[in-house]
Write a protein that binds this ligand. Structure first.
Ligand code: DLL
Length: 438
């Protein structure tokens, strides 16, 4: 079994009452910073009749306005910065609801806060300077690669920046270097495990992994058991999102009993997604985060649209932070396909710009060989369907594929279907069939 090492016991094991006071102080400072520097927050607070002086403690959090992903889109790229642009040292991003990514600007302080959060997460998965950490999250705007990299480097581990893809090469490096900790999405971990087995390699002998830190997409206890068996490791969950920091916002310890929220840096709330009211610990609802130490693009009450439950009962590891259970769903229609956030509206925006197809489509998501697949079924117009120019139709298909790849960032199989063959709905159109069992 791996050894859980608490990286920052002063913060992670703090008396919850003392921490709540600290959170209140940090919240006050963040609200003042937002009000002074971000017009959107100032307008919203003025409209709600709240001044920064009205926020005294954590009890006042509920009076603050929410932030939505659409706010990041509308204020793209720099409208939500609370710091001067010359203080921003990093931009990270993820997909928004349209073709444009949503981005977040990080000051040096914010990179430091994030690094600390990931270091805590990897430390809980047993990482020390003796480890070799293979990072197969994508490096780039996506926070997975650089996030895991910074945390592993902070712990002094030998960090291997493989980025995603090229499975044979991943396995070769894993074997030759003797990687001990794997960082990737849980679906890719399964695929790596299956491929390792198919190649006849034996975990424990040819493969030296002891733990894996997996996140960026929903997974289940069944999947954990499968990954642990395939790779002979402890599989640890890690959660995060670009808007708040990246991976490390919350992480599991070896008790595998919910993810500890890094509460000295972020405040987690669960709200009723319909009324916006705060819900007590133990009740499922929508997860909302407020950052309290960021200075570049801090967020007040950011609605993640992730559904989960928060728990505050004691954890055997000694950390005193609240824990979040697995993400059980979303309140919006965002899909996570191979770790990439995909909104049906992005696909729609591609389809409306293409001649010869009607705006009737269906997204079919499946999992084949532990990897997600996306098929986009779209109806041809009557004119296109009756003109038997096969090459023209193939051209349309290719054009759609290419644009989906460039807008959404993933490959999709495009199937052009006859007019009126996609079922019409009388109410809200059903555009997604998700056959994955996670
Ligand atoms: O996925 C950051 C990340 C990278 C987390 C690597 C963990 C590991 P985004 O691309 O902004 O950031 O996507 C954030 O992914 O709102 C959840 O819906 C989902 N998600 C992230 N981690 C988990 C997890 C990164 N452990 C969105 N379980 C979030 C379930 C997760 N869903």
């Amino acid at each position: 079994m791996i050894q859980d090492r608490i990286y920052n016991s002063q913060m992670e094991c703090m008396d919850p009452e003392v921490r709540r006071k600290l959170q209140g102080e940090r919240l006050r400072a963040t609200v003042a910073l937002e009000y002074a520097n971000v017009p959107l927050y100032r307008e919203r607070m003025d409209k709600a009749g709240i001044k920064p002086e009205d926020i005294h403690s954590m009890d006042d959090l509920k009076y603050l306005p929410f932030t939505e992903k659409t706010d990041l889109r509308d204020e793209f790229p720099f409208g939500l910065l609370a710091a001067p642009k010359d203080q921003i040292v990093r931009i990270q991003g993820s997909s928004g609801t349209t073709g444009k990514p949503i981005v977040s600007g990080y000051t040096e302080n914010d990179v430091e806060v994030w690094t600390e959060m990931v270091a805590r997460s990897l430390s809980a998965a047993g990482c020390t300077q003796d480890d070799i950490v293979q990072v197969c999250y994508g490096y780039g705007l996506f926070t997975g690669g650089l996030g895991a990299h910074q945390g592993a480097s902070r712990l002094g581990a030998m960090t291997v920046p493989m980025s995603s893809g090229n499975t044979q090469r991943q396995i070769m490096m894993m074997r030759d270097l003797g990687s001990t900790i794997l960082c990737c999405t849980p679906s890719y971990a399964t695929y790596l495990g299956e491929t390792i087995r198919e190649m006849g390699l034996v975990p424990g002998k040819d493969i030296k992994l002891k733990s894996g830190v997996f996140g960026a997409e929903p997974w289940s206890e069944e999947m954990r058991v499968r990954i642990e068996e395939l790779l002979g490791i402890d599989a640890i969950d890690i959660y995060g999102l670009t808007e708040i920091a990246g991976p490390g916002v919350a992480f599991e310890c070896i008790a595998k009993h919910g993810m500890h929220v890094n509460e000295d840096h972020v405040i987690a709330e669960i709200i009723d997604p319909k009324t916006g009211e705060q819900l007590p610990y133990g009740t499922p609802g929508e997860l909302v985060f407020t950052t309290i130490t960021k200075t570049g693009q801090p967020m007040l009450r950011y609605r993640t649209h992730d559904i989960c439950t928060l728990y505050n009962d004691p954890c055997p590891c000694g950390r005193t932070t609240v824990r979040m259970g697995r993400i059980t769903g979303r309140t919006d229609d965002m899909l996570i396909i191979r770790g990439v956030n995909v909104f049906p509206s992005q696909i729609e925006s591609v389809l409306v710009g293409i001649n010869g197809v009607a705006p009737h489509y269906m997204l079919v998501v499946d999992r084949v060989n532990s990897s997600d697949t996306l098929e986009v079924k779209v109806e041809l117009t009557e004119e296109m369907f009756s003109s038997d120019t096969v090459s023209h139709i193939e051209g349309i298909s290719r054009q759609i594929s290419e644009q989906i790849k460039s807008v959404v960032g993933i490959a999709a199989k495009v199937s052009l279907v006859p007019p009126k063959s996609i079922p019409r709905s009388e109410g809200k159109a059903k555009r997604i069939i998700d056959n994955r069992k996670i």
